[in-house]
Write a protein of this length. Structure first.
Length: 358
């Protein structure tokens, strides 16, 4: 019998997790694709792994917050948090985002508190996680494209084998050997200079290699394919242009002493400033930078978790990076993508205007 694409993707997800017989695997379904969820559960149970399931698609969250008193939301998931202390790995299927604009502030705060409580368990135990972007009808509507087009763009990228991604990664890694300085040119007059120091380059080839509690990268994405590194936190100097940065559009960020000191934008500058300001710690410092390597992704769709893996795209993250060996402590952890920039290490060009050279 020929396996459907969803069955193939389910097996790819379980392979990415590195799930083993006897392990407890958290499965968070935020996408709402029942066909895929059932295939994932079958794939896990067929190897002897035990799933811990949370079904939380966008419509479910919207209705939950509309119907549930804040005091009940605040007590939510207490038993789940206990179960999570036994989990060995975690898989999150991401789809459309819930519409929270009309949610009562008290309900939203209570929901966020319980969500953060579970995140703290995952971080403190260093639970290896795969976060997979799933093409759904709801997400396609949010992106303003058809569901068919979203599937056609994403499914080949989701199914790229780790061996193919490793081959690309090894080639790029060789060009990054002994990096001292990194320069990003994101447009005429926009040049950002960073010191790399002796920070390691890490990679996401779509397959977890760590177990719970171990050091090293514990979060990977699907679609996969990227290489990334932290930089010396106080070294960023210069200017960076981003087409989109959270709530802002056509954004000019000016850096001095490693921090964003000025924000100009065609729209949303105040909102972006507010985003940085409402997070504790060093939210205005660069967390890490990276290069997308997925050979099946070519054009941005407006979904960061996908676009940052476009081959030749650059992504710049802000906030927390201590789990990657950096020194930034912050409650912020956000990525921005620029798909037509250039990057060179010392004098070697690695990416030229969105085209991977190495």
């Amino acid at each position: 019998m020929v396996a459907s694409l969803w069955d193939q993707l389910a097996r790819r997800l379980v392979d990415a997790l590195g799930a083993q017989r006897g392990e407890l695997i958290e499965v968070r379904d935020e996408a709402g694709n029942q066909r895929l969820l059932h295939a994932v559960l079958l794939a896990l149970e067929s190897i002897g792994a035990e799933p811990l399931i949370a079904i939380q698609p966008a419509q479910h969250i919207e209705r939950l917050l509309a119907m549930t008193p804040p005091e009940v939301l605040a007590e939510r998931h207490q038993r789940y948090a206990e179960w999570l202390t036994h989990a060995d790995r975690s898989l999150t299927l991401v789809g459309a985002q819930p519409d929270l604009k009309r949610v009562d502030d008290k309900a939203l705060h209570a929901f966020g508190t319980t969500y953060d409580r579970l995140e703290m368990v995952r971080e403190e135990r260093r639970i290896p996680q795969v976060i997979a972007a799933i093409p759904t009808i709801g997400k396609a509507a949010q992106l303003g494209i058809s569901h068919e087009e979203l599937e056609l763009r994403m499914m080949p990228a989701l199914l790229v084998e780790p061996a193919e991604l490793r081959a690309i990664t090894e080639r790029v890694m060789a060009a990054l050997h002994d990096t001292s300085t990194i320069t990003i040119v994101s447009g005429p007059g926009y040049e950002l200079r960073l010191d790399h120091g002796e920070r390691p380059w890490l990679c996401d080839t779509g397959q977890l290699t760590t177990s719970v509690g171990e050091t090293g990268a514990i979060v990977i994405n699907l679609p996969a394919g990227s290489i990334y590194t932290t930089v010396l936190e106080e070294s960023a100097e210069g200017d960076l242009f981003l087409p989109v940065a959270g709530p802002a559009r056509a954004v000019h960020l000016r850096f001095a002493g490693g921090r964003v000191t000025q924000i100009e934008a065609a729209s949303g500058a105040d909102q972006l400033n507010a985003l940085f300001d409402r997070h504790s710690g060093e939210s205005r410092r660069i967390s890490h930078i990276g290069i997308g390597l997925n050979p099946q992704l070519h054009h941005p769709i407006g979904w960061t978790i996908v676009d940052e893996h476009i081959q030749g795209a650059l992504f710049i993250a802000f906030g927390e990076n201590r789990y990657m060996g950096g020194a930034n402590a912050s409650s912020l952890n956000i990525d921005f993508v620029v798909s037509a920039a250039s990057l060179r290490v010392d004098e070697r060009v690695i990416v030229d205007q969105g085209r991977l050279i190495a």
